[in-house]
Design a binder for this molecule. Structure first.
Ligand code: FES
Length: 573
């Protein structure tokens, strides 16, 4: 490092006084020789490994591989844990804790003698939470996405995580799947380390951070257990040392143009609706303006190029063998900002320039896409004044213009209690409405928006009806599902006022979602509405419900927006 750009870590390790002694001496109890403390970039390896986050179960090993690369490039790696969010395990929902994990990451980075950061991520929320935290500190940062599981294999066919779960759930309701088959399918679906291998939220977020320029090229789709993943983890460790020397901070990469690229890419890969919420929260940490309308304007007209479940046929392993995200970036080059810089110091256009597709069944060329206009659409109307979203590529397509009678569930418990009752007044033209599953109301906005259909409709062969809620949907799910209704019902959005039998009109082409009700009746219902009691009166959850923003803003806590940089105002004494 040159003297005019001293290492941040030298504030801890560079002094030959009492504090310098303290900072070095205690770390030396782990066997680090003295020369590591003398002018080498200190690289923090931020690890979301946890046995309670099965998708990230290999990241403890990966940290060692990253360290090899850091040492090789002349850096000093120090690994630290942050709160890890296991999607399938945590209750009530990992989304409740995304912001808490981001605070952990932010403060852990700022408070320690770190010059550059490697984020080891995988399961859904571990990518946005760590990136939000790192963005608020703004040091040179590279992401090592943990990678998807190998394809699920069950009874001679490929099965996708999540997507198989929904199908089995329906099969159980219809009495077509036995307990024995269920237990067998569990092991066949999840047969290697790694995250969900459909184009669910984890794969979408991994692709998103590659599209943002935060990973080495082609990194996001490599399966977790493929040796080439470790090669790239090693190379990422080498590269972050150079990034520190170049002072290539997150804010230099995460520009408005980079976010626009990520929106377009998420549409072309058939990515998750959850990406919208996470991208807005990440952009908010860097004061990059990003609004719900940007997703519709930039993304909804994008063609679908990637044929992965839940919208298509294949899985992430196939995507990698077909050439992975660089092929998509190359196909989209007429739309993208190709000159934005990425972590390897080259532009995104340069990185994709020699990409080659090896399987056109998996990645379609842009002139013959799998589907036109496949991105996420934002609808508005009196039922969602601040917007709601739908992913047309995950629907049957027949219900995108539909008017139906509301069948209302006041809570998720109410839904579970009544959905399979024989006397539930519901048919294929009905619209299911679920309240109380927004950021404040649940709390944490769980992935329950893709409500299973009632058994009696499934037995009739009905596979899709319109569903509306203020919740989210798993990126592995499908159906004509309107999500993220804002404002949510628990803060008095119009959704709270819908009653059984009301007519609701959905018109996706015209971006409309309306409750057909006269103004007088709506005013009356609003004046009679009473807010539900707060769901917590202490601790993190109390802070969360008092400060969480609505879905159309990204669900960050209002006081976490922006950043505080990497400077620590006071020393320790
Ligand atoms: Fe972790 Fe799907 S449960 S990525």
């Amino acid at each position: 490092m040159s003297n005019d750009n001293p290492l941040r870590s030298s504030e801890w390790f560079g002094k030959n006084d009492k504090l310098g002694f303290v900072h070095r001496s205690w770390l030396k109890n782990q066997g680090y020789p003295d020369h590591l403390f003398r002018g080498k970039p200190v690289i923090g390896i931020c690890n979301t490994w946890s046995e309670l986050t099965p998708c990230n179960g290999h990241l403890r090993d990966f940290a060692e591989v990253v360290k090899r690369g850091v040492y090789e490039a002349g850096g000093f790696p120090l690994e630290f844990p942050v709160m890890s969010l296991g999607e399938t395990i945590m209750k009530p929902t990992t989304m409740l804790y995304r912001n808490l994990a981001s605070m952990d990451t932010e403060e852990s980075i700022r408070a320690n003698p770190l010059d550059g950061i490697v984020l080891l991520t995988g399961c859904d929320k571990t990518t946005p939470s760590t990136l939000m935290g790192a963005a608020s500190v703004d040091l040179p940062t590279i992401i090592v996405p943990g990678g998807p599981m190998l394809n699920g294999k069950w009874r001679g066919r490929d099965v996708g995580s999540g997507t198989l779960t929904w199908k089995l759930g329906e099969g159980i309701k219809e009495g077509k799947v036995s307990e024995k088959e269920l237990v067998e399918a569990e092991a066949c679906m999840s047969r290697s380390l790694g995250h969900c291998m459909t184009m669910g939220t984890a794969s979408s977020m991994a692709s998103t951070v590659e599209a943002l320029g935060l990973t080495l090229p082609g990194m996001s789709s490599i399966p977790a257990v493929d040796s080439r993943k470790k090669v790239n983890a090693h190379l990422s460790g080498m590269r972050i040392v150079e990034m520190v020397k170049e002072d290539l901070k997150l804010s230099k990469i995460l520009t408005r143009e980079a976010f626009e690229n990520a929106i377009m890419v998420n549409s072309a890969i058939g990515g998750s609706t959850n990406v919208m919420i996470h991208l807005m929260a990440i952009a908010g940490r860097l004061d990059v303006p990003l609004a719900l309308e940007d997703f519709d304007r930039l993304g909804s007209h994008m063609p679908l190029l990637v044929n992965l479940m839940p919208a298509g046929e294949f899985l992430m392993e196939d995507f990698y063998y077909a050439g992975g995200l660089p092929v998509v970036l190359k196909e989209l080059r007429e739309h993208l900002h190709n000159d934005v810089i990425t972590v390897n110091g080259k532009t995104i256009g340069e990185n994709a320039s020699d990409a080659e597709c090896f399987d056109r069944k998996v990645i379609a060329p842009i002139d013959t896409p799998l589907q036109e206009n496949a991105g996420i659409v934002v609808v508005r109307g009196n039922l969602c004044e601040n917007g709601a979203v739908i992913k047309p590529s995950a629907t049957s397509g027949e219900l995108l213009k539909h008017t139906g009678r509301a069948v209302v569930f006041e809570t998720i418990e109410d839904y579970h209690e009544r959905i399979d009752q024989e006397d539930l007044d519901i048919d294929e033209n009905s619209i299911m409405v679920l309240k109380g599953v927004g950021p404040v109301g649940y709390p944490g906005m769980p992935e329950v928006g893709n409500m299973d259909l009632p058994a009696k409709l499934l037995k009739k062969g009905i596979r899709d009806i319109v569903r509306i809620s203020d919740g989210r949907m798993s990126g592995t799910a499908y159906g004509t599902v309107i999500l993220h209704v804002s404002p949510e019902s628990s803060v008095g959005g119009t959704l709270a006022l819908v009653q059984d039998g009301d007519l609701i009109e959905l018109d996706v082409a015209n971006r409309q979602l309306n409750l057909q009700i006269d103004e007088e009746e709506l005013r009356k219902r609003r004046s009679e509405w009473k807010a539900p009691a707060p769901v917590a009166d202490r601790g993190y959850v109390k802070m969360y419900i008092e400060h969480v923003e609505q879905a159309h803003l990204g669900c960050d806590l209002d006081f976490l927006k922006g950043g505080s940089g990497s400077v620590v105002q006071r020393d320790c004494h």
